[in-house]
Design a protein around this ligand. Structure first.
Ligand code: GAL
Length: 683
């Protein structure tokens, strides 16, 4: 992928000229072995290049402790190879067999109400359990020894969506591990008391042994130390990452270097932090755009999903190691949403092109066959309940794979990113701490950190900028624009780094809530947001928020924008320009957006958070333009990306749109008139 300037170390697993490879999940253990050959043949005939197996098969791999059965898996592998399908092999740790949980019940997650999780679901094991870690290591070792030098295996997936799906673990193992984690972090109980602010409400501890995991369900009245909750989230994410690393180390100590090791993290799930697993060859994600949770754009948007959801995942997962893929992509209607509509005709192909456009090296459909029994019966596959008829989604996958095979013929190595596109390269800074902290003390029921970050992301993408979402430790110098949305927790070193970036010519955008707290979540014992006041060239006099049905006004460039979520009222200092002002309420006339030059660069502070993001988008547009960076504003719901010499445009809106394709371009697929879910690809 010649999309961004990044580490190509992991490229060894992928052939640049293939650009993207497409595969599909298969669960041989769930189907009649006599159908396996037929099923793999069908996959290959449809155009799939790899398959994926063993993910939930611990009970079949190790039917009783220490007794392994690989005959079935060997057979499945042999048949996959017969049809030229590479295999992603999975470690089966997401689903412990019944013998394991009956013999070692201490491995189970304990929920916030004190009950242990039950057998027969998944992810119900504790990352902290020494017994589970031991048993995982054993089965992973056995599998690694068996398949680690097997040429048919392309790579490995560890576990499945490591996350606990939003359940937090209060088991004795987690309790013990949390204490060890705290001791390591704070060394002394005094340091912990200071960080957690325990003099408040007589919360003081005198020994680490007294500490329990903070449990929101047991809070009697008022909130326990917010810092204790943030620490617990940090611990939880560390514990998950450590469990994944344990498997990664086990695999890497045995398997051939030609096999990759990854895990498929759930996009948008914020109790864990995929970036903590930089030790994997790369991280990848799972993606279901249509499951009743997004209205999308326009009347049919609910059938297409949020136009920026796949792009955001691409830009969040790819920059960590320079490589990513989507390990599960929605095949059609699913079963687990609040309601499960049929995706809009053609949109599944559009999602596939969106994944391609984001520089992904592989795409895997979840799943080949629609299950006939079990917890996901209504979930579509690539073929329907008869096991042979291609589903609506299956047909779109086939079409995409045919198109990619054609596209490969037009591939040119080392295509250079067009200059005007590269000039807009933007980094968004993200730190899970800010999610955890603002969730703990949102201050308004309307605050949602991820919504705020994605609002900025969508605005930037609507201006057709390529984006990397990166951690604050990364080098910022290659990004003309860096945006840190609601970056609440900072330290002086980070602010110094931002200042330097700007002095050297960077354009930094900060939004409301930035710089309010230190890393322990304390306010600074100084003026409000003291850490950033000199950088933004303005004091933050106060902040305000309104009810969801109320609206206050901001004026910017002669336009009026409505807001009610969060507003910072700013007092600019000498040399700082006011770009937008509050137009009503008792603070009418105070600044809402300020901008200043600093060294060779600029700093913009956007103090207001709106629902529709229009103010934010228009301010960002002015930031690029003032910096001499040309942007290209897209119609609402339209995505545009460049990759490997190809431009891809997708229409996620409910109406026809015309995209701007240069006269001299060669259009490979589609046309400049895009219907809803339409795709255009040109060179
Ligand atoms: C994913 C999960 C898969 C499957 C799928 C159904 O989140 O990783 O195992 O359950 O959802 O859509």
């Amino acid at each position: 992928m010649a999309c961004f300037t990044m580490s190509y170390a992991q490229k060894q697993f992928f052939k640049a000229e293939k650009m993207v490879e497409t595969g599909v999940y298969y669960y041989p253990e769930a189907w009649n072995p006599e159908q396996w050959d037929r099923d793999f043949k069908k996959m290959a005939d449809m155009g799939f290049e790899f398959t994926h197996m063993a993910e939930f098969a611990w009970a079949q791999i190790e039917p009783s402790e220490g007794v392994y059965d690989f005959k079935w898996l060997d057979k499945a592998l042999e048949l996959a190879a017969k049809h030229n399908l590479k295999v992603i092999m999975c470690t089966p740790s997401a689903t412990p067999p019944v013998w394991l949980v009956r013999k070692y019940p201490e491995v189970l997650v304990e929920m916030s109400n004190g009950q242990a999780a039950q057998h027969g679901t998944r992810e119900q094991y504790s990352w902290s359990s020494p017994k589970y870690r031991e048993l995982t290591t054993k089965v992973v070792e056995v599998m690694a020894k068996r398949y680690g030098n097997d040429k048919r295996i392309w790579g490995w997936q560890i576990d499945n969506e490591p996350s606990h799906y939003g359940t937090l673990d209060y088991s004795p193992a987690a309790q013990a591990s949390f204490k060890v984690w705290l001791k390591k972090k704070y060394k002394t109980i005094d340091a912990l008391n200071k960080a957690w602010g325990t003099p408040f409400w007589s919360g003081i501890y005198t020994d680490f042994s007294q500490i329990e995991i903070p449990n929101a369900g047991r809070q009697y009245s008022g909130n326990a130390s917010p810092t204790s909750f943030v620490d617990f989230k940090r611990f939880n994410a560390d514990e998950c990452a450590d469990y994944v690393s344990l498997q990664n180390n086990t695999l890497h100590s045995i398997v051939s270097k030609s096999q990759f090791v990854t895990s498929n993290f759930m996009h948008g799930h914020t109790d864990v932090d995929p970036w903590r697993n930089k030790d994997l060859d790369f991280i990848c994600y799972t993606m279901y755009p249509v499951a009743g949770y997004s209205d999308g754009v326009g009347e049919q948007g609910f059938r297409m999903g949020d136009p920026w959801r796949i792009s955001y995942a691409n830009d969040f997962f790819r920059p960590l190691n320079g490589v990513t893929g989507v390990m599960e992509l929605q095949p059609g209607q699913v079963n687990w949403g609040s309601f499960n509509p049929q995706p809009y005709p053609g949109v599944i192909r559009a999602w596939l092109w969106n994944a391609f456009a984001g520089g992904l090296d592989f795409i895997c459909s979840y799943r080949f066959r629609q299950p006939l029994y079990g917890g996901e019966q209504f979930h579509y596959g690539m073929v329907g309940t008869d096991g042979v008829t291609e589903s609506i989604g299956g047909k779109q996958y086939s079409q995409f794979m045919t198109e990619i095979r054609d596209l490969r013929k037009a591939y040119t190595p080392n295509a250079q990113m067009p200059k005007e596109y590269a000039a807009r390269k933007t980094a968004i800074l993200y730190n899970a701490d800010n999610v955890w902290e603002t969730t703990q003390q949102p201050q308004t029921f309307q605050w949602n950190q991820i919504t705020h970050v994605t609002k900025y992301y969508s605005a930037i993408k609507t201006l057709s900028a390529p984006v990397d979402i990166i951690g604050e430790d990364r080098d910022l110098s290659s990004y003309p624009v860096v945006v840190a949305p609601a970056y609440q927790m900072v330290d002086r070193a980070l602010v110094a780094k931002w200042t330097k970036y700007v002095e050297n010519g960077g354009n930094l955008v900060l939004s409301c809530r930035t710089g309010l707290k230190d890393r322990d979540g304390h306010f600074f014992e100084a003026q409000w947001a003291d850490a950033i006041v000199n950088l933004i060239g303005a004091k933050i006099a106060l902040n305000d928020m309104l009810g969801a049905k109320m609206n206050a006004k901001v004026s910017f460039n002669g336009n009026t924008y409505l807001w009610n979520n969060w507003g910072d009222m700013l007092d600019p200092m000498a040399g700082t320009d006011t770009w937008a002002t509050y137009a009503d309420q008792f603070y009418a006339g105070k600044a809402s957006v300020v901008h200043r030059k600093l060294g060779k660069g600029t700093v913009t502070y956007i103090g207001t958070d709106t629902d529709d993001g229009k103010l934010e988008k228009d301010v960002l547009k002015k930031v690029y333009e003032s910096a001499g960076i040309g942007v290209k504003e897209l119609p609402e719901g339209v995505m545009l990306n460049w990759r490997d010499g190809f431009w891809v445009a997708i229409n996620y809106s409910s109406v026809n749109v015309t995209v701007d394709i240069p006269q001299n371009a060669t259009i490979l697929f589609g046309s400049k008139e895009l219907t809803p879910a339409g795709v255009a690809v040109w060179k």
